[in-house]
Design a protein. Structure first.
Length: 95
């Protein structure tokens, strides 16, 4: 799944409220992977900076909550942190 963009992943399940919460994410082919807090998820994203330099950023699992996964990535050029949420969808929402 290291080659799969986070935008192409779906949150399948979470086990929270326990020591060491775990989540299951799947790529567009349905291949799943169990993840924990601190894991790096998805393909690196190349971001162009104002000075013309390109950096590779990775999403990291910050929190696993009931029905959602919170990811963060840090921009080394300015120290800013960006977050992203993968939410679990019901069967009706999946279409």
């Amino acid at each position: 799944m290291a080659d799969t963009p986070v935008a192409s992943m779906e949150l399948s399940a979470t086990v929270s409220g326990v020591t060491g919460p775990t989540a299951m994410v799947a790529d567009e082919r349905g291949v799943g992977r169990a993840i924990r807090r601190g894991d790096v998820l998805g393909a690196d994203e190349l971001v162009s900076l104002a000075d013309g330099m390109t950096v590779s950023l990775q999403w990291r699992v910050e929190r696993i909550e009931p029905e959602r996964l919170v990811l963060v990535r840090e921009d080394p050029s300015c120290g800013a942190t960006t977050s992203r949420v993968l939410a679990m969808h019901s069967e009706n929402e999946r279409g």
